[in-house]
Design a protein around this ligand. Structure first.
Ligand code: PBG
Length: 326
């Protein structure tokens, strides 16, 4: 006589049995690697708070993406560091700007074999570090910013992006971008919307990676979401879908698994999660101290994000995760 619960235990006995009944398996094809490319770099520059991640030169970026492709990673998302910043962030729509050059190179290298995604925002390009036009009073002017996002979207589309990812959390950004793409022959270019993006403390290392400091110790709480709110995320996602989003996103990931699960239950579009810089940095710092097993924790975290309902995950762990599978 055994307890009925023994049924569950029997299937945990060997690695092969566990594999057979695993409900969730992360594969490299679920992952998108965020990559940084720096216009004035002559050598790849390490990012202290993101161990193992660098600011690439155009050449080192091409090499990295070749390697990611051979590891089975499906996509990359590009962030640019321009040599020159100004109040509007005009380098973001320069046809020869750093991301546009990278897009053309990667398009040449990979054809349709890799999804080359462009993050679409202005904070890396503005001298004040905000995601849009700042008024004299110091507020971000939502509607004036939309027109600039349209210019960026067109420049990225024309440089060969497979998809654009607006991350600025301006109201109406998805609709404005969809409209300008459609009017200029890019009806088939999808938009991955950073729909439920929280004003998180976990973006710190990213701001080191892109050399962004918000003027006057400012923050983004006026346009990014309050971590207290989950229902509000559903409203944000619904609006983005109505405006034409093709993929919706929740960001960050692990502290917002409830939001991911709720979005999965409610919406049928592909759902992305962004495992952000701070999540990666915490994992790496603890692992470097020998306090956790970094590789095992990485698998556990990525599995949890998928189990909660994300179809794809943007993560700085993409490369090492794919390498450990080999
Ligand atoms: C904005 C943007 C940010 C991140 C991605 N896009 C930073 C912010 O909103 O302040 C953060 C990503 C990360 O932390 O890994 N362009």
């Amino acid at each position: 006589m055994t307890f009925p619960s023994r049924r569950l235990r029997r299937l945990r006995r060997t690695p092969a049995l566990r594999r057979l009944v695993a409900e969730t398996n992360v594969t490299p094809s679920d992952l998108i690697a965020p990559l940084f490319v720096r216009e004035d770099a002559t050598e790849p520059q390490p990012i202290v708070s993101l161990p193992g991640i660098v600011q690439h030169t155009q050449e080192s970026l091409r090499k990295e993406v070749n390697e990611l492709a051979s590891l089975g990673i499906s996509g990359v998302i590009l962030f640019g560091l321009p040599a020159r910043k100004d109040p509007l962030g005009s380098e973001a729509w320069n046809p020869d700007g750093v991301v546009q050059v990278a897009l053309r190179n990667l398009r040449d290298d990979h054809g349709s074999q890799m999804a080359i995604i462009a993050d679409l925002c202005l904070d890396e390009y503005t001298d004040h570090g905000h995601c849009g036009v700042v008024t004299d009073a110091g507020d971000v002017d939502n509607d004036a910013t939309l027109e600039l996002y349209q210019r960026v979207a067109l420049a990225q589309a024309e440089a060969g992006a497979d998809m654009v990812g607006p991350s600025g959390m301006m109201d109406g950004q998805v609709g404005a971008i969809r409209q300008v793409l459609d009017r200029n022959g890019h009806e088939n270019l999808p938009i991955m919307a950073y729909s439920a993006k929280y004003a998180s403390a976990e973006y710190g290392p990213f701001r080191d990676a892109v050399d962004v400091t918000i003027t006057g110790g400012g923050d983004r709480k006026g346009y990014q979401q309050d971590p207290s709110n989950a229902r509000e995320a559903m409203a944000e996602i619904e609006l983005d879908i109505a405006e034409g989003a093709d993929i919706i996103m929740v960001k960050p990931a692990l502290a917002y698994l409830d939001v991911i699960a709720a979005a999965r239950a409610r919406f049928d579009l592909p759902l992305a999660a962004y495992h952000v810089s701070g999540e990666y940095a915490m994992l790496k710092a603890a692992a470097a101290n020998g306090w956790i097993d970094g590789a095992a924790t990485a698998v556990e975290h990525l599995t949890a994000i998928k189990r909660a309902g994300a179809d794809l995950t943007l993560t700085y762990l993409a490369r090492e995760f794919a390498e450990t599978l080999q």
